[in-house]
Every structure is written in structure tokens, then in C-alpha cells.
Design a protein around this ligand. Structure first.
Ligand SMILES: [Zn+2]
Length: 247
């Protein structure tokens, strides 16, 4: 014997409850990997920042070495000029050499300042680098943990989903084929397939229903759908009472 329309609607309502849960599980299953991906992106950004700082430090070291070399060369030249001072024949030559030496000494003094500045820059860069590296490690560990937790949650959710699907399959056996098809289509397109009639209005789309339609729903003898949203309409007290009105 086939179940009454009211019984089938009751079953469909139960199925709808399961489908809502299944849908929220599906949402979460999509959301988790995206969130984890987002977090790994942050790790990658941090890695790029660390390598940028490293390059910056390498650059200051290189600049310092160049300046040190220049300083050394200048010092060699100064020494050479100082020796030449004893060999020059004219006052003019002497003055000119002396001028060269002074010029180089001035340059070297500037170079020394620049070298110190670069050393300080390297030092503070190293400090920042160390901090950023530690932060990166912490972040990596955190994301790894979160990824593992996410995977565990997904496994749990999939299991839960399977159980709900299984329950739904059992329930579906008590529903007429055409009604089941209509239900599935509505769930896919609208999220819910059934709508309660509340004060003569479709609970799904709020369309005011003609009194004839309302009384048909109330009678519980046939499947009545909303003209606008196509949802299957039901009367609350038919569903909740132990003895439906049509019996
Ligand atoms: Zn409607």
C-alpha cells in the first residue's frame, strides 16, 4: 500500500532536513581547502619577504666591500704620493702632490663614514632577517597544523555526509517516484523543496495563495505546489498531528 500524501510530505520534510545539513557540509568541504590555500599564500608572501631582505643585506655587503677596496686603493696612492714628495724638483709639483694627497684623504674620510653606515645597515638588516625568519617558521608550523586539522575535519564531514545520504536513501523509498524527482529538482534549484503555508502565503516565496489552493493544501489529499516558486506546499498541523485531517 502506498503512503498517504501527508506521510510522503512528512518524509520529504525529513529528507529536506537532511539535505540542508548535506548542503552545509558541502559548503564547508569547499571552504576548508580554499582557506588553507589562502594561508599557504601568506606563508609564500613571508618567504618572499625573507628572501628580499636577504638580497638587500647581500647588496649592502657588496657595496661595503667595494668601498673598502676603494679606500685601500686610495691609501696606497697616498703612500705613493708621500714618497714622491721627497723626489719632486719644484715647488709647484710639491704643492700639486700635496693637493692630491689632501683630496684623497678627504675622499677616504667620506668613504669611512659610508662604510660604517653600510655596516650598521647590514647589522640591522640581519636583525630584521632573523625576526622575519623566526616568524616565518612559526607561521609555517601554524599553517601545517591548521592544514592537518582541516584534513581531519574534512574526513569527519565526509563520513557525516555519507551517513546523511544513507539515511536519505532509506527515506526516499517511502516517496512516489514523480514526487521524488520534483523534490530533487527543487532542492538543486532552490535549496528547499517544501514550503509551509503561513496565513495563506507560501512560506518559500511569500506569494499570496488563492483560498482554493490553501484549502487543497489543508485537505492533504493531493500534492499542491506554489504557482510562483514551484515548491511543494504543506499544512503545518497535518504534519505535526498524529492523525492527519484527511483520515
Ligand atoms: Zn512559493
Amino acid at each position: 500500500m502506498e503512503n498517504t500524501i501527508t506521510d510522503q510530505i512528512k518524509t520529504l520534510l525529513e529528507m529536506q532536513g537532511l539535505d540542508l545539513k548535506i548542503n552545509s557540509i558541502e559548503e564547508r568541504l569547499k571552504e576548508i581547502p580554499l582557506k588553507i590555500e589562502e594561508k599557504w599564500k601568506k606563508v609564500k608572501e613571508k618567504e618572499e619577504e625573507v628572501s628580499r631582505i636577504k638580497k638587500e643585506i647581500e647588496k649592502t655587503i657588496l657595496q661595503r666591500k667595494e668601498k673598502e677596496l676603494e679606500l685601500e686603493t686610495n691609501q696606497e696612492t697616498i703612500k705613493k704620493y708621500q714618497l714622491q714628495l721627497y723626489q719632486v724638483k719644484t715647488n709647484k709639483e710639491y704643492a700639486s702632490l700635496l693637493h692630491e694627497i689632501e683630496d684623497l684623504k678627504r675622499k677616504n674620510s667620506l668613504l669611512e663614514d659610508e662604510i660604517i653606515e653600510l655596516m650598521e645597515k647590514t647589522e640591522s638588516g640581519e636583525e630584521v632577517l632573523q625576526r622575519e625568519k623566526e616568524e616565518l617558521e612559526r607561521l609555517k608550523e601554524k599553517v601545517k597544523r591548521e592544514e592537518e586539522e582541516g584534513k581531519k575535519e574534512m574526513e569527519k564531514l565526509k563520513k557525516e555526509e555519507d551517513e546523511l545520504m544513507e539515511k536519505k536513501k532509506v527515506l526516499a523509498k517511502g516517496v512516489r517516484g514523480d514526487l521524488l524527482n520534483r523534490y530533487e529538482k527543487l532542492i538543486k534549484s532552490r535549496g528547499t523543496a517544501l514550503a509551509k503555508v503561513i496565513n495563506g502565503v507560501c512560506g518559500g516565496c511569500h506569494l499570496e495563495l488563492p483560498p482554493q489552493v490553501v484549502s487543497e493544501v489543508r485537505s492533504g489529499r493531493k500534492v499542491v505546489t506554489c504557482e510562483r516558486c514551484s515548491r511543494i506546499l504543506y499544512w503545518e498541523s497535518n504534519i505535526s498531528s498524529e492523525t492527519p485531517l484527511n483520515q
